[in-house]
Design a protein around this ligand. Structure first.
Ligand code: FAD
Ligand code: NAD
Length: 476
């Protein structure tokens, strides 16, 4: 089975009952980890809980396998197949990790305390509390970029979280059912059946591809009178889609989209979003209006307020707007007790799951080395003979030699519809670029092998089989 590496995940059996959550041992330092996404989860998997107290704080009590999220928007895969409770990840640790479902709303680096808020209180009230840390690992990811464009938040659908995929699916079926309602004008039917995707990065491309498959495989037979009127348009500000892929694969994607009747409007920038239409600026500078029924907004990431506030506390060292500036060891510039990883950090790497997962694993190793250093320093001081002291000292020097983070790129994959995918792989003398049905088989096996657990793998394979045999579910 092929693997495009996010870091291999161990197989667990979910039927085993969870253990008690661990208590804080005052003799050990406490690491507070923010977030339960790619970076934090990979860190939690690798951190040695014998050396530290570990507390994880996240408003989401689960990990989400984002690479397959676009498949959930049309029911190819069920969202439940892509999530895994964070307690499921931490329960096999020798000393238990404490899990707090809450949002971190403030970091006070001077007091080394964070403020946490639980907005999911069953009584509808929110509760606030504080947690102290010795080390803080910031893995809160990023949020959807809107560039402050009017109407995006109000009328657009993002594609980042489980609820986003559910919202898109509901909205899509709502548009189709409303178009089928008797007495609609032809213009209104055309508007309702126009699905517009903004952003030609991998998220926008994969969503458009999934929507196309749903249309061809299922909607055509369920709604024969409407299917021919359903249109998909992708709007991209740059001269081409997928700027991070090679020219050959960009051309292949664009020609595949053409065959699939997905219109691509490049060099076209969305300027405003209204309830039923978007205002775009065309390549010649003129303005145009495009009516839509469903609008999916996929124009990339921006920093979360928590990260922005933390940066504002270090105005001299935190000057990169993209996220927390870190050194080569992922330590935040200006604060030696705070580390950042994944989409929350600003590094030379793209904000991807691959980078976040490798950073999480790396950081756990660094913490291991830091703990050994402290033990060895104590041992050097306590050594009774010169020979023993020298021996321990050499070990200590070795423990102090902490290598900087090195990212190993395993390749990029993107699904483009009609059982075709593209792959840019860093193999051979140059990059290996491939696209087509065989690449799709590779795409599938890579994602299956990178899925979190046996449970997730079983569920995703079952979903794929179900879709092939029974078709997708069209209920809202
Ligand atoms: P995330 O995974 O976003 O996790 C952030 C965590 O922080 C979440 O648990 C969140 O709930 C939590 N959080 C947020 N705010 C707070 C707070 N205030 N306090 C505490 N916790 C907080 N990358 C690839 O490499 N390959 C792919 O195929 C791929 N496909 C993608 C498909 C889609 C649809 C999307 C949206 C992204 C995809 N990515 C892919 C990108 C990848 O998902 C991100 O780069 C990755 O999730 C970043 O990991 P992270 O840990 O930094 O953040
Ligand atoms: P992105 O930043 O990669 O792409 C956003 C696109 O939107 C850009 O091409 C930009 O030019 C365009 N855009 C911005 N403003 C616009 C406007 N007003 N009008 C029209 N177009 C506009 O964002 P993404 O696709 O969400 O990806 C985010 C990150 O997640 C990337 O690092 C990506 O590699 C990763 N990701 C990877 C995969 C995969 O590997 N299959 C899938 C999804 C996401």
């Amino acid at each position: 089975v092929a693997s495009v590496g996010y870091g291999a995940y161990t197989m667990y059996d979910q039927r085993h009952p969870p253990q008690e959550q661990g208590e804080i041992d005052p003799s050990k330092k406490t690491i507070v980890v923010l977030g339960s996404g790619w970076g934090s989860t990979s860190f939690l998997k690798a951190i040695d809980t014998e050396q530290y107290n570990v507390i994880v704080v996240s408003p989401r009590n689960y990990f989400l396998f984002t690479p397959l999220l676009p498949s959930c928007t049309v029911g190819t895969i069920d969202v439940r197949s892509l999530v895994e409770p964070i307690r499921f990840i931490t329960r096999h640790k020798s000393r238990q990790v404490k899990v707090v479902e809450a949002e971190c709303t403030d970091v006070d680096p001077e007091r080394k305390v964070i403020t946490i808020t639980d907005n999911s209180d069953v009584k509808g009230q929110s509760s606030t509390s504080e947690l102290a840390y010795d080390y803080l690992v910031v893995g809160v990811g990023a949020m959807n970029q809107t560039f402050g464009i009017k109407g995006v938040e109000q009328y657009g659908c993002f594609l980042k979280e489980v609820w986003d995929a559910q919202k898109i699916r509901t909205k899509l079926m709502d548009c189709i059912e409303t178009a089928a309602f008797p007495g609609q004008s032809p213009e209104e039917i055309d508007r309702l059946l126009h699905m517009v995707v903004v952003g030609g990065g991998p998220t926008g491309i994969e969503y458009a591809a999934e929507l196309h498959d749903f249309l061809v495989d299922d909607l055509t037979s369920w709604y024969p009178e409407l299917a021919g009127k359903i249109k998909i348009t992708l709007v991209e500000a740059l001269p081409n889609v997928l700027p991070a892929f090679s020219k050959q694969l960009i051309d292949y994607t664009e020609s595949t989209f053409k065959e699939q009747n997905i219109s691509i409007h490049t060099k076209t920038m969305v300027k405003e979003v209204c309830e039923k239409e978007i205002v775009v600026q065309r390549p010649d500078g003129t303005s145009d209006k495009i009516p839509y029924g469903l609008l999916v907004w996929a124009t990339g990431n921006t920093t979360r307020p928590l990260v922005r506030n933390l940066m504002a506390r270090f105005p001299e060292t935190q000057t990169i707007r993209r996220g927390l500036a870190v050194d080569d060891w992922l330590c935040m510039e200006g604060a030696k007790d705070i580390f950042a990883l994944g989409d929350a950090s600003a590094t030379k790497y793209a904000p991807t799951a691959q980078v976040a997962a490798q950073q999480g694993k790396y950081l756990a190793r660094i913490f291991g080395q830091l703990a050994s250093q402290e033990t060895l320093e104590a041992e050097v001081a306590a050594a009774s003979t010169e020979e023993e002291k020298n021996k321990k000292f050499r070990k200590l020097q070795k423990a102090k030699d902490i290598k900087p983070f090195h990212y190993s790129h395993q390749g990029s994959l993107c699904y483009i519809g009609s059982d075709k995918a593209i792959a840019d792989l860093p193999f051979g003398p140059g990059n290996l670029a491939s696209g087509g049905v065989a690449t799709y088989a590779f795409w599938r096996s890579a994602y299956i092998s990178n899925l979190f657990s046996t449970r997730n793998r079983t569920l995703v394979i079952t979903d794929w089989l179900k879709k092939t045999i029974l078709g997708r579910d069209i209920s809202r």
